[in-house]
Design a protein around this ligand. Structure first.
Ligand code: GLU
Length: 309
């Protein structure tokens, strides 16, 4: 049994990502589970610095004291496993462009995800042939429009109609929804803790897990970190990564204290260890609202530097 943290190496982990990692670690450890780490680098293969970004993410997690079990899993090394999984599923080729999908008559979900209307399932053979000579297909799973529910630890029941979602993109890259499920099954992950922007993808992924002969994991989606305008926290909001915060005198210990405070597990400014947090942790006390972060800006950093010279 295991929990995991699975960052995409697109940019350094910010306070919101680090907080989710702490919750994932606490939930795994407090329930006697392993804690695994996975780098979701399928989409970032062509980004030259993604290896370095990932290495820094791994160092940042270690700096907070978040230990993990087993080797770090890199999705880019698991292409064969994804192909094998696809081979066992009922799939069909889809030639639709982004634009065609956007214009198809299907109502988008609340988060903007547009379920596939099944256009390529009903293609006449001649049209299919014509398209095949000019476009590369994506591969979709035939889901048959079933409803599937999961129960999130905090959000409760989440039900979606599972559409024929993409398993392999038309550039040949395995899709996130496939890789995440194949990996969680292979890594013995039965507890998924991640940002709540992914809540609505859970029924789809849980359904796929059962299709691949596994069991759906339990889910706990952590409310996102937002800036003072209520917008999802980002680099431009100020000093939000360990690398940004260190020169301001905010080291990993202070960051852990800040995250613990945001989770109701420490008093303001109280120094804490992960062992203490583990003793105090009660999953039902995790705040259900977004965490509002007002990070020190770069102007403050400049002022600090000037006052210390
Ligand atoms: N790689 C995803 C992200 O960084 C997380 C995927 C997951 O936890 O299932 O947002």
């Amino acid at each position: 049994m295991g929990g995991r943290f699975a960052p995409s190496p697109t940019s350094a982990l910010h306070l919101g990502n680090l907080r989710t990692a702490v919750v994932a670690w606490l939930l795994a450890r407090s329930t006697g589970r392993e804690f695994r780490l996975r780098i979701e680098d399928l989409d970032t293969q062509r980004v030259a610095a993604s290896g370095e970004v990932a290495a820094q993410q791994i160092r940042d997690l270690a700096a907070l004291g978040l230990d993990h079990d087993g080797e770090v899993v890199w999705q880019s090394a698991r292409i064969d496993a994804y192909s094998a999984a696809v081979a066992g599923l009922d799939t069909y080729e889809c030639y639709c462009t982004r634009r065609e999908i956007a214009e198809a008559p299907s109502a988008p979900h609340a988060d903007g995800y547009r379920p596939y209307a099944g256009t390529c399932l009903r293609l006449a053979a001649s049209r299919r042939q014509e398209l095949a000579s000019t476009r590369r297909p994506a591969l979709r799973v035939r889901a048959g429009g079933q409803r599937f529910s999961v129960t999130d630890l905090w959000a409760g029941e989440e039900t979606e109609v599972v559409d024929d979602f993409v398993l392999v993109r038309n550039d040949g890259v395995p899709a996130y929804n496939l890789a995440v499920v194949v990996d969680d099954l292979a890594m013995g992950v039965d507890q998924v803790v991640r940002g709540d922007d992914l809540l609505s993808s859970s029924p789809r992924q849980a359904w796929l897990a059962t299709r691949l002969g596994g069991a759906a994991p339990s889910y706990a989606h952590v409310p996102l970190a937002v800036n003072t305008d209520g917008v999802r926290l980002a680099k431009r909001d100020g000093a939000v990564t360990l690398a940004d915060l260190a020169p301001l005198g905010v080291g990993p210990a202070e960051v852990l204290s800040l995250l613990a405070r945001s989770l109701g597990l420490a008093d303001p400014g109280e120094a804490v260890t992960l062992a203490q947090l583990l003793e105090r942790f009660d999953p039902l006390q995790v705040p259900r609202e977004p965490w509002v972060v007002d990070p020190p800006g770069y102007a403050d950093a400049e002022e600090n530097r000037m006052s210390t010279t």
